[in-house]
Unconditional design. Sequence first.
Length: 169
Amino acid sequence: MTDAHLHLVVNHFPIIGLFFAIGIMVFGVFLKSNILKNTAYVMLIITAIFGFLSMYTGEGAEEMVEDMPNIGHKIIHEHEELAEKFVLFLYAAGLLSILGLYFNLKMHSKANIVAYATLVVAIIAGIFAVQVGTSGGEVRHTEIRTEKVAQNNDIEKNYSDEHTDHDNN
């Protein structure tokens, strides 16, 4: 199995797991449930681990696809830059989750503050997750690239103009 295969296997969990963890944390905070908060903390720790694995396998995947037709270095570089920002917030959420688990188990007075801080950091990570997921999808799915959509619109317009001219003659 190549790094590209491994990257595709592990790169979805940090994004999907993050959004599940955010949802569970929201309910945990709203319902004041340590069980739900602890579940979200464990999920965030796991997403941080998978974030590391995604970054680790990303370099090898980049080497395999950056010179392929319709991909190019620019798209890969943009994805890589966004992923580096995303994973920092993911790591922060993971570290806060370790602290949150510890505080919940010790029934520390600051446990709720850590839960809110973790939720805020996770939501920021979620914003980057959407961008990373989209830019990663653009690597192989040319139909979702904005520049490709603009090119297709120009082609359709030119085609329409050509056929309208012929019809009028």
